[in-house]
Ligand binder design. Structure first.
Ligand SMILES: Cc1ncc(COP(=O)(O)O)c(C=O)c1O
Length: 399
């Protein structure tokens, strides 16, 4: 791929270039398929990140990470999170892990016993189910309500569910994958109150924290209530924001020493080490990536409005414009398609989208589109999906 300047030509990326990549997103797509599934962006990585990676390579500097680099990242992460999102993090209470999902799994393992319950909002990022079930804990899946104003929480029903099920952990995804919802201060204050009332620890996956559009604000749940903060682990990473997920380096910020000590019940040897290149890349991203991110956010904003306009032709879908993330959650229940919706989209429209069913029962009949791509590719993705919907709408009406 040619080296382009950020902000100028992100939208020039072509499918020919993308198909040369060996990553999961395009690597698993046949030559006639457009890949719009896994949450990687099609944009080039920030030149500041490429530079530090090239320096490491030019020095053959691929050995174990130096602890002082890990500390530098923890400090930078803490300063930046405070500046951007208003959460004061103690760098002594930050752990680096290979990825956010790993941190989530270890927190659940450390904070709960087998058979304990973990509550989260559905539809949800699919590994939420895995981390709970693979550890022999129980899922309490609580559906968000879709309404004219977007996705919301039925407060009464949520409290009743919590009172009946008594989960030990709330696994929050904010901003929310797949709906793109950014939880409001009132919602977070409510969740904090319920968590304190029922002695629930909070694991807040805020990996999409920087990908929030104008008019909305990412609020870390740990900021809404001082007492709750002590029982909250805030998870984040440069991986989504800066498109470097393969470098595996996430940050877990514990709200109190007691909570970190509880986490350390888990034998740390099982955690493994963090990728040394991931640390270098995250430092460059956090320290120098702001203008790249601003440029990307402009493109993502344009793209989300493209999807929004496209969706106007299908009012039955009741499209909810994402407030954050680069994911569009498309409700195709009006097609009354069977269980193989995403498979059919792939076979007939040559589009690889995420299958809504993986996001929980309420995801059936939905697909998730990744709109972090060039205008040309996004237009083609939406056109293929339009044709698929139109063909299958007609069929539904015929029968
Ligand atoms: C909400 C959410 N959490 C976590 C992850 C994965 O993060 P990691 O690769 O650090 O485990 C993703 C990836 O798309 C995500 O959307």
């Amino acid at each position: 791929m040619t080296d382009r300047e950020p902000g100028i030509s992100f939208s020039d990326v072509t499918t020919e270039e993308l198909r040369q990549k060996r990553g999961a997103k395009w690597g698993s797509a046949d030559s006639d398929i457009l890949a719009s599934w896994v949450a990687d962006m099609d944009f080039q990585v920030a030149s500041e990140i490429k530079k530090v990676l090239s320096v490491s390579l030019s020095r053959d500097d691929l050995g174990y990470a130096d602890q002082k680099n890990a500390r530098q990242l923890a400090e930078l992460f803490a300063v930046r999170y405070d500046l951007r999102h208003g959460l004061k993090i103690d760098p002594d209470l930050v752990l680096l892990t290979s990825d956010v999902v790993q941190a989530m799994a270890v927190c659940i393992y450390a904070f709960t016993e087998k058979g304990d319950k973990v509550v989260f909002f559905t539809p949800t990022y699919p590994p939420f189910f895995n981390v709970v079930m693979d550890l022999s804990r129980q899922v309490v899946a609580f559906d968000l309500v879709k309404g004219a104003g977007g996705y919301s929480i039925d407060f009464d029903r949520f409290e009743k569910t919590v009172a009946a099920e008594r989960p030990k952990v709330l696994l929050l995804c904010n901003p929310h994958n797949p709906t793109g919802k950014v939880f409001t201060e009132d919602e977070l204050a409510f969740l904090a109150e319920i968590s304190l009332k029922y002695s629930i620890k909070v694991i807040s996956d805020e990996i999409h924290c920087d990908l929030v559009f104008e008019g909305h604000k990412h609020i870390p749940i740990a900021t809404v209530n001082k007492d709750l903060e002590k029982n909250t682990v805030t998870l984040s990473s440069a991986s989504k924001t800066f498109n470097i997920a393969g470098l595996h380096c996430a940050q877990a910020a514990f709200g109190s020493k007691d909570l970190l000590d509880a986490f350390r019940n888990f034998p740390s040897i099982l955690l493994g080490e963090v990728n040394s290149l991931g640390i270098e890349a995250a430092i460059a991203a956090y320290a120098e990536g702001a203008s790249w991110l601003d440029a990307v956010m402009q493109i993502l904003d344009t793209n989300r409005h493209m999807v929004e306009e496209w969706a106007l032709q299908f009012p039955e879908a009741g499209f909810v414009t994402p407030e954050g993330t680069y994911l569009a959650w498309i409700d195709l229940r009006f097609l009354h398609f069977g269980t193989d919706l995403a498979e059919a989209v792939k076979d007939r429209a040559k589009l690889l989208l995420s299958d809504g069913r993986a996001f929980g029962k309420s995801g059936a009949g939905h697909v998730r589109v990744n709109f972090a791509t060039s205008k040309t590719i996004l237009e083609e993705i939406l056109e293929r999906l339009r044709v698929f919907i139109t063909d299958n709408c007609d069929k539904t009406q015929d029968t």
